[in-house]
Design a protein around this ligand. Structure first.
Ligand code: PLP
Length: 397
């Protein structure tokens, strides 16, 4: 049998069986549902994109995989070149892995070894934000701060959690910079920790403070990368030393992530000493199928000017929720193609999933958050339909 994620198997509701998926729609035996989850925020083009399918099939017929240990191939060369072009600053060195969590692990390991190679082995701790989510492996759980996910794994040694507040960061680093390797953040939008949003000015301050105290700045853009916040990358606004991309990198086809390091970080490993090498290498890193999908996705993203679609989604959402009020709703947050309605009491979302299904919408609220992470191809009519169902839920109660 299947063991499902994030769920108590004993009380779990029957999962919805999907028989097809096309564009923004999921199909069941007898229903057609608008999907507002983009399957954990990855399927930005919608499902079953013909162009990506074709590119993938073509690569399958050539070869599906070779390891990156001592071998290289055109898809991984082309993707690395493309990523280096579209990422800001000198984020030039692409290290591939098979999931966002591993991509974050790679970033954390890079930061620690960067200082180890400089004979500063004590600089191995991390600062992260309260309510942060960075993945489900051990170290990513440790830098994460969300007991809803990691209740049984409280290990936090050498890790400090702060609010997005420059003074707090400055005070902490002033005191502890000799034991801190990096500050890791989900920039602008904290996803799984509750779609929390904060101002870019904090990131600008964080950049300066990290430089002052010789601490690396890591952006976990696994969720925010590729337009979600209305910026292609938040790194375009403030440039980190290491950025991690995942989820929308391979748009729901094949799990993959990339950890991209700046020249400064890369140079910290580049030497005549073999012990300075970065010792990591996932079996499927740089998989040709994943790279082919990512390349085709970026091509479509640019050609179809997705950034203006995202801007349009954001402005429509702001308009639609301008006068919305319910005494159960604490806050409506909108950023790029992300909508979050936070309620005061999680009980107020009980039954919402079923209500949405009856209205032809697939939604998966969690804790106190009802959200829409829309595929960028959503049209006016469908966006209005989703929002009217979200509003109606509060009207009828
Ligand atoms: C989803 C997510 C991850 C983990 O990615 P996986 O591919 O699920 O391992 C890490 N960081 C952030 C910000 C995420 O949203």
């Amino acid at each position: 049998m299947i063991w499902f994620p994030y769920t108590q198997m004993k009380t779990m509701a029957e999962p919805i069986e999907i028989t097809g998926a096309q564009g923004i729609y999921l199909y069941t035996k007898d229903k057609k549902l608008i999907d507002t989850t983009t399957s954990w925020w990855s399927v930005i083009h919608g499902y079953n994109n013909a162009e990506i399918n074709d590119a993938l099939k073509k690569q399958v017929d050539e070869f599906s995989h070779v390891m990156l240990g001592g071998l290289v191939h055109e898809p991984v060369k082309a993707l690395s070149k493309k990523l280096t072009e579209i990422l800001p600053g000198d984020l030039n060195h692409c290290f591939y892995s098979d999931s966002g969590s591993v991509g974050v692990e790679v970033a954390l390991k890079m930061a620690v070894q960067y200082f180890f190679n400089q004979e500063k082995p004590h600089k191995n701790g991390f600062v992260a934000l309260k309510h942060s989510y960075h993945g489900d492996t051990f170290k990513t759980m440790a830098v994460g701060d969300d007991e809803d996910y990691h209740l049984a794994f409280p290990e936090k040694e050498g890790i400090y959690h702060i609010s997005p507040d420059a003074d707090e960061l400055e005070l902490l680093l002033k005191d502890r910079h000799e034991e801190i390797a990096a500050f890791i953040v989900e920039p602008l939008l904290q996803g799984a920790g509750g779609m929390r949003m904060y101002d870019v000015s904090f990131l600008e301050d964080a950049r300066r403070i990290c430089d002052d105290y010789d601490v690396l700045l890591i952006f976990d853009e696994v969720a925010t990368g590729f337009g979600r916040t209305g910026n292609m990358f938040v790194s375009d606004l403030v440039c980190p030393d290491i950025v991690v991309l995942g989820k929308a990198l391979t748009v729901g086809y094949i799990g993959h992530a990339v950890t991209v390091a700046s020249n400064r970080v890369f140079d910290g490993f580049y030497s005549d000493n073999p012990e300075h090498a970065f010792m990591h290498g996932p079996t499927f890193m740089g998989n040709p199928l994943a790279c082919t999908v990512a390349l085709k996705s970026i091509e479509i993203f640019e050609r179809e000017d997705y950034m203006s679609k995202i801007k349009w989604i954001e402005s429509r959402l702001r308009d639609i929720f301008k006068d919305f009020y319910s005494d159960r709703v604490k806050e409506v947050r909108i950023l790029g193609a992300c909508l979050c309605i936070e309620v005061y009491d999680s009980a107020d979302l009980r039954g919402f999933k079923e209500f949405a299904l009856e209205h032809g919408i697939h939604s998966r609220p969690f804790i106190k958050y009802m959200y829409g992470m829309f595929p960028y191809i959503i049209g006016e009519e469908e966006l209005l339909r989703v929002c009217s169902v979200y509003k109606k839920w509060f009207d009828q109660k």
